[in-house]
Design a protein around this ligand. Structure first.
Ligand SMILES: CC(C)(COP(=O)(O)OP(=O)(O)OC[C@H]1O[C@@H](n2cnc3c(N)ncnc32)[C@H](O)[C@@H]1OP(=O)(O)O)[C@@H](O)C(=O)NCCC(=O)NCCS
Length: 156
């Protein structure tokens, strides 16, 4: 369980943006996109941000919050933005914001979902692996860092 003690990364260093055009194969009987399809994209983007921060693969350990704010439809351009908000010893809190541009791409950009997930960096044996410290470089980074663990029990 090693990580160079002096190594730090800012949230911007590991932030991930994933864009995806939703298709009719993603929809349910009501013609809107399945929540599970959006959840998969959220998990993918968050895992990539956590893995970038850690420098090793990271696995999802907890979904602290997942909120769907507006429906997503076939043809929408979905943008999933993930960033590490807090780094513990081996765990990372990742915040995700999902926006949609409607099919004709002329309407307003709508926030359709938010999520907060926890990942744990793992070594080749699947054991928790130490992660670099997070350097919250901006006031917004520091605010997100403070909020990320609010109400989350300390498991140690
Ligand atoms: C991730 C995993 C290796 C952690 O193992 P573990 O024995 O719980 O490890 P630890 O108790 O040492 O905890 C490791 C870290 O995870 C955090 N953690 C563990 N369970 C957690 C939970 N339910 N919620 C939030 N954080 C959690 C701990 O607080 C600790 O954080 P820290 O090192 O930053 O202080 C293990 O739980 C696992 O393999 N889970 C399955 C992950 C997976 O396959 N995900 C994909 C699902 S399909």
């Amino acid at each position: 369980m090693t990580a160079p003690a002096e190594l730090t990364r800012t949230p911007a260093d590991s932030a991930v943006t994933l864009a995806h055009i939703m298709s009719e194969h993603d929809t349910n009987l009501y013609g809107t996109v399945h929540g599970g399809v959006v959840m998969k994209l959220i998990d993918d983007a968050a895992a990539a941000a956590a893995g970038r921060h850690a420098g090793v693969p990271a696995v999802t350990v907890s979904v602290e919050e997942m909120t769907f704010l507006a429906p997503v439809r076939a043809g929408d351009l979905l943008t999933v933005r993930a960033r590490v908000d807090h780094a513990g010893r081996t765990s990372m809190d990742v915040g995700v914001v999902v926006t949609a541009e409607r099919w004709n791409l002329t309407g307003p950009v709508t926030r359709v979902a938010t999520a907060h997930l926890v990942f744990v960096a793992v070594d080749a044996d699947g054991q928790p692996h130490r992660v670099p410290a997070l350097d919250p470089a901006t006031p917004a980074d520091r605010r997100r860092q403070r909020r990320s663990r609010t109400g989350r029990p300390d498991r140690r």
